[in-house]
Design a protein around this ligand. Structure first.
Ligand SMILES: Cc1ncc(COP(=O)(O)O)c(C=O)c1O
Length: 394
């Protein structure tokens, strides 16, 4: 293992015999960030009354300022939530929908997000419209043209992932948001895979809502998500959980009060977000982005050479970042039932100690390889060697 990779890997508590290639689902938290969370917890436990009544709101504002600086948003436009799922549920709960209205999603959306909107539409008699994006996903404008051909006079909201979950493709967020504004359609960006991976400026992006989890690529502790809401819509937002609805510290009221206090709970994960940002700043954002894309590219080359099957996206850092989804032969199998896993995913873990998701999307069997700084070429070679041991031919 190269010296530099060894140094990076030692920042995490990953066991030496585990090859972890699924940061995209479950981000590992570096020791320093774990320690920051524990420090905040100790501060809460030392005197909870002092912490909740006097210190917590100030600390949340400071954490939001630091996060806001990274993502090009003012702290006053952000609220902390547990995760992107909660953020998306808040948006779904807040949007007014009537019978006949439409909510537009792409066919690359995360399954739970699709379900949130299916249930929300079912409740109001609205229609969930799924736009199947063209494949291969290369020309930005053609892709946006295709997506906007599915917008109608009844479209109330467009929801899309800046980087998709099943296919790991970077969608042209700036262009989509600009065209949504031109079309007068509200837009909600699902951003957990984009946070840290691509430079963000939410004010320039001009979306209405942005949902993300800091516990993925940003390596913050589990339970640290945020929701960005454009100013004109903040007043219309509905919390999932109703509590006091005012500042617990007696500060002037803001729309964020509903989210800052949702009953007594542990805010330490969100307060440790600045420690996660510090971690990346010590390494350098460019180093992180370049190195992890390089590894994903190596995975792409090695796995496509093995299977002889083409990747879903062009070979460019504009199309994929540190995560790549590649087709595998189906070997005569079909998609496992809900809650069941592809047998190859289980075998890779039980026989080779490799964690990597194998999912089924539109009848295609996909292996999604996530690369972080604790990974190196040896991890990819180990995966390819393991895949080579099983029959991968249709
Ligand atoms: C695109 C996308 N959106 C939303 C989520 C939900 O994130 P969380 O489980 O942190 O709420 C995920 C999780 O993998 C995702 O990939």
């Amino acid at each position: 293992m190269p010296l530099q990779t060894r140094a990076w890997r030692s920042a995490w508590s990953l066991p030496a015999d585990v090859t972890f290639l699924n940061h995209g689902s479950f981000g590992l938290v570096p020791f320093d960030v774990q320690a920051a969370r524990e420090t905040w917890q100790r501060r809460v436990y030392a005197n909870p009354m002092n912490f909740y009544l006097r210190e917590m709101e100030v600390a949340l504002v400071q954490a939001a300022e630091r996060l806001g600086h990274l993502i090009g948003a003012a702290a006053r436009d952000l609220v902390f939530v547990d995760n992107a799922t909660m953020a998306m549920n808040i948006v779904a709960q807040s949007i007014e929908l009537a019978a006949g209205d439409e909510v537009l999603l792409t066919n690359h959306e995360y399954g739970a997000v699709r379900r949130i909107w299916q249930k929300r539409c079912d409740r109001s008699g609205a229609k969930l419209v799924i736009c199947n994006l063209p494949q291969p996903l290369d020309a930005t404008s053609a892709l946006a043209d295709h997506l906007f051909s599915a917008v109608s006079a009844r479209t109330k909201l467009l929801v899309f992932s800046q980087i998709s979950s099943p296919t790991a493709v970077i969608l042209p967020a700036e262009e989509i948001c600009r065209r949504a504004r031109d079309a007068g359609v509200r837009v909600c960006v699902d951003g957990p895979h984009a946070l840290g991976v691509v430079p963000l400026n939410l004010e320039q992006l001009g979306c209405d809502y942005y949902c993300a989890s800091c516990h993925k690529w940003l390596c913050a502790p589990t339970g640290s998500g945020f929701l960005y809401v454009s100013r004109k819509l903040q007043i219309q937002l509905n919390p999932m959980m109703v509590s006091w609805g005012g500042s617990i510290a007696g500060r002037p009221p803001t729309w964020q009060d509903e989210y800052n206090w949702q009953g007594t709970r542990d805010p330490a994960a969100c307060l440790a977000i600045p420690a996660a940002i510090d971690f990346f700043e010590r390494i350098g954002w460019d180093t992180f982005r370049t190195r992890t894309h390089e590894l994903a590219k190596f995975a792409r080359e090695s796995i496509t050479a093995l299977t002889g099957m083409e990747a879903l996206v062009p070979d460019s850092p504009d199309s994929y970042g540190p995560m790549i989804s590649l087709p595998l032969p189906t070997n005569g199998l079909s998609a496992p039932a809900q809650g069941q896993r592809d047998p190859l995913q289980d075998w890779l873990w039980s026989s080779c100690r490799i964690e990597v998701p194998i999912t089924w999307w539109h009848g295609q069997r996909l292996i999604r390889v996530s690369c972080h700084l604790y990974n190196d070429e040896e991890d990819i070679e180990k995966l390819v060697k393991a895949l080579d041991r099983v029959s991968l031919r249709d």
